[in-house]
Design a protein around this ligand. Structure first.
Ligand code: SF4
Ligand code: SF4
Length: 352
């Protein structure tokens, strides 16, 4: 599949054509509040809203595939009869323009669990309806550590097309047949790439590497052998258990299922995001809680991401996006925590 180019004006024209064709287009846009400098993924009504050279969107792409709350089915009771109305299974055709590499990779990492012992149809329905135009990162900060978990600012994992800033526009590499089909559908917006097209994605990778150079296999080894390490109690002294880290995380995927009655004879069964960071998440009806304190809950988050998921799926459940670091009201810094675990694992005489 041949590399093409697209100018900024061409990309705007492409978005306009997609919108005219009834396609939902999602892209990073500037937030108005509460953080006017920030960026978030939002549905476009005009290409002018796109912000492709800003900071990382504050929330991940996950919510476009796995909404914070969604109905599974509705029920209605008539006498002794119960009627179930399934939730719609048609999902809007969506093109994401300017997805971050860490967010696109996260969706592919989550495909593993979503198709594991039970196929999550809403997840895969939206995945199949969504095309990802991933843009190489142009900014990173001290919280980014994608290179420590096998990704990079130019990772193409999960992309249908991969865009790199080049001069006043972008070079475009189709990665999947669906990505190529988009280029074939709108050929007028794309140009031939020069033999050695100049790309502007270099430089960031070294910066991200300098943030954290820990090895996931070493971290996993330490986690698997330090269930009762004093580290967990020390970390828990700071953690409020608010769950903000999980909600902004592109790979956290726990949910709760509740029935919401609407009167006496009808209601909706919904699933909504939940997180292992709150006490209620594992509280049994009996009052017993297998994760009775924040030390156990924070340990669970790290073990799941860096030991349990890798053991089951051969994948680290973290893309190093750094959002949990930026959002944490208590200043819990996963970059520092992983570096500390890595140092402990590397210490003379083996893991402490
Ligand atoms: S955001 Fe910070 S304080 Fe809140 S649960 Fe996560 S680590 Fe704890
Ligand atoms: S754990 Fe933190 S750094 Fe890793 S993917 Fe989730 S939000 Fe990003």
């Amino acid at each position: 599949m041949a590399t093409k180019t697209i100018s900024k004006a061409g990309l705007s024209a492409l978005v306009r054509d997609l919108l005219s064709a009834g396609t939902r287009v999602v892209a990073p846009v500037r937030r108005r509040e509460p953080d006017p400098g920030g960026v978030e993924y939002a549905e476009l009504t005009s290409p002018d809203q796109m912000c492709l050279d800003g900071p990382q969107p504050s929330r991940s792409l996950k919510e476009w595939i796995f909404p914070p709350s969604e109905p599974l089915f509705c029920w209605r009771q008539t006498g002794s009869e119960i009627q179930l109305d399934p939730a719609p299974t048609a999902y809007p055709e969506t093109v994401v323009v300017g997805a971050r590499p860490c967010d696109a990779a996260a969706l592919e990492i989550l495909d593993r669990v979503m198709g594991w012992d039970y196929r999550d149809e809403p997840w895969f329905g939206r995945r199949q309806a969504t095309l990802l135009l991933v843009l190489a990162c142009q900014q990173c900060d001290d919280s980014c550590f994608c290179t420590a978990v096998g990704l990079s600012p130019t990772s193409r994992r999960g992309a249908d097309c991969f865009l790199t800033k080049a001069g006043d526009g972008f070079s475009v590499d189709p990665i999947t047949p669906r990505g190529q089909a988009l280029l074939d559908r709108f050929p007028a917006h794309f140009g031939e790439a020069p033999a050695a097209a100049a790309r502007e994605a270099d430089g960031l990778e070294q910066k991200v590497r300098s943030n954290l150079s820990a090895r996931p296999d070493r971290i996993r080894g330490w986690l698997e052998t330090h269930f009762d390490d004093p580290l967990w109690k020390r970390l828990a002294l700071r953690c409020h258990g608010c769950g903000a880290c999980a909600f902004v995380c592109p790979t956290c995927h726990c949910f709760d299922i509740v029935d919401e009655p609407d009167g006496n004879d009808r209601g909706t069964r919904r699933r909504s995001w939940d997180t292992c960071q709150t006490a209620l998440f594992t509280l049994h009806t009996s009052g017993h809680n297998p994760r009775p304190d924040q030390a156990a809950r924070y340990r669970q988050r790290l073990l799941h991401k860096f030991a349990v998921y890798p053991a089951r799926f051969d994948e680290v459940l973290c893309t190093g996006c750094g959002r949990c670091v930026r959002v944490c009201p208590a200043g819990m810094d996963l970059v520092e925590i992983l570096a500390e675990i890595d140092r402990a694992a590397e210490a003379p005489g083996g893991p402490r």
